[in-house]
Design a protein around this ligand. Structure first.
Ligand SMILES: Nc1ncnc2c1ncn2[C@@H]1O[C@H](COP(=O)(O)OP(=O)(O)O)[C@@H](O)[C@H]1O
Ligand SMILES: [Mg+2]
Length: 338
């Protein structure tokens, strides 16, 4: 089954073109390809989350997402950072049992990254020196076309995960309007003979975005938002506890220590838009386990780890003016906790 593979790589950009050497040759026909900087598939990874923990809430979201995707509609997971959007998207893609591709939104992404572009050239040269006195040479140079991730996904019917899609500009994301509405991917600005690529009936699109992110995020155009089924990811505390405990093999007490601290830190800030989420909890738990620290404020490694992981959050949320202030506050909270 090759359906569970996911490919992920920045799309190859235009590569430097090198001339071929003009070696005199007796060969009748010789093909030379200019090397391209990136190979087409830079790395591949399993689309399945390596240790996805199933919970009732997660199962419900996965079932709904699969239902809408199988019904022909794109699904959009939205929620604060670290709420498990990407993990869910990868799990849904894996369960659909078809090839999957992941791309990550960023403000520099453009049509060439998505559609494809020319990457070097290939040339064929015929040197006819059969009769010694007659020298005839034919050269034929043509540009190589490398399809972008979106073209490949659309053409071959992949599940495309477009992670953090609102970090790309609306102009770039406009391409998705015709993919979703006309079922055609226009090959704008390319030298391809055909004007567009037909969207394969199996093509499915899962998007994720963080509406509370303030830096580097563009307002999603209504035309695109209207065509997505948006599911908000806001897992309950109990679900998050289960995920962390099972995933990191924690005792109930270890898990409680981490979550109590995170809750206290979150309580210190009024700004609900910058949640700590699962990611910070995973960081603390994983590092503490890995360094065999005990999950207690009396353990210096545990204390230091909590301080390093959580202090920048307090600064970002405006609760502390400097990292030093944040570290002092975390120390006080940890001291009070025992
Ligand atoms: N169901 C789950 N099972 C195991 N790990 C999970 C699960 N959900 C989230 N995680 C982990 O929690 C962290 C945050 O999840 P992620 O999907 O990256 O959040 P988001 O994309 O919303 O920022 C990651 O380390 C991820 O691997
Ligand atoms: Mg993510």
């Amino acid at each position: 089954m090759n359906g569970n593979r996911i490919s992920s790589s920045p799309t190859s950009r235009q590569t430097a073109i090198r001339g071929n050497n003009h070696r005199k040759s007796m060969s009748k026909n010789r093909k030379v390809s200019a090397p391209t900087k990136h190979s087409k598939k830079q790395y591949t990874t399993k689309s399945k989350h390596p240790s996805f923990i199933r919970t009732e809430e997660g199962n419900d979201l996965i079932a709904r997402a699969k239902r809408y995707l199988n019904g022909g509609y794109p699904v959009h997971f939205t929620g604060a950072s670290g709420t498990g959007k990407t993990a869910l998207a990868m799990q849904v893609a894996a369960e659909l049992n078809q090839p999957a591709t992941i791309i990550h939104g960023n403000h520099e992404m453009n049509n060439v990254d998505l559609i494809g572009g020319t990457t070097g050239w290939s040339s064929s040269k015929t040197i006819d020196n059969f009769v010694r006195q007659v020298y005839k040479q034919d050269a034929n140079v043509k540009e190589n076309w490398t399809p972008g991730r979106l073209t490949e996904a659309v053409q071959h019917g992949h599940v495309l995960i477009y992670d953090e899609f609102s970090r790309s500009t609306p102009e770039t994301n406009n391409l998705f309007l015709s993919v979703l509405e006309e079922k055609l991917l226009p090959l704008y600005g390319t030298k391809q003979k055909q004007p567009s690529v037909a969207v394969h009936p199996n093509f499915k699109l899962i998007l994720t975005s963080n509406p509370t992110e303030y830096a580097g995020v563009f307002q999603t155009q209504d035309a695109l938002a209207d065509r997505l089924i948006t599911l908000e990811i806001n897992l309950s505390q109990q679900t998050k506890e289960t995920i962390l405990r099972k995933s990191e093999n924690l005792s109930e007490q270890e898990s409680n220590t981490v979550w109590q601290l995170i809750e206290q830190i979150e309580h210190e800030t009024d700004d609900e838009s910058v949640g700590l989420g699962l990611r910070a909890a995973f960081m603390i738990a994983r590092i503490a386990k890995n360094s065999k620290a005990s999950f207690s404020s009396e353990d210096s490694i545990f204390r230091q780890t909590c301080s390093d992981v959580l202090s920048s959050y307090l600064v970002r949320s405006g609760r502390s003016g400097t990292i030093q202030e944040a570290q002092n506050l975390i120390r006080e909270i940890l001291q009070d906790s025992h």
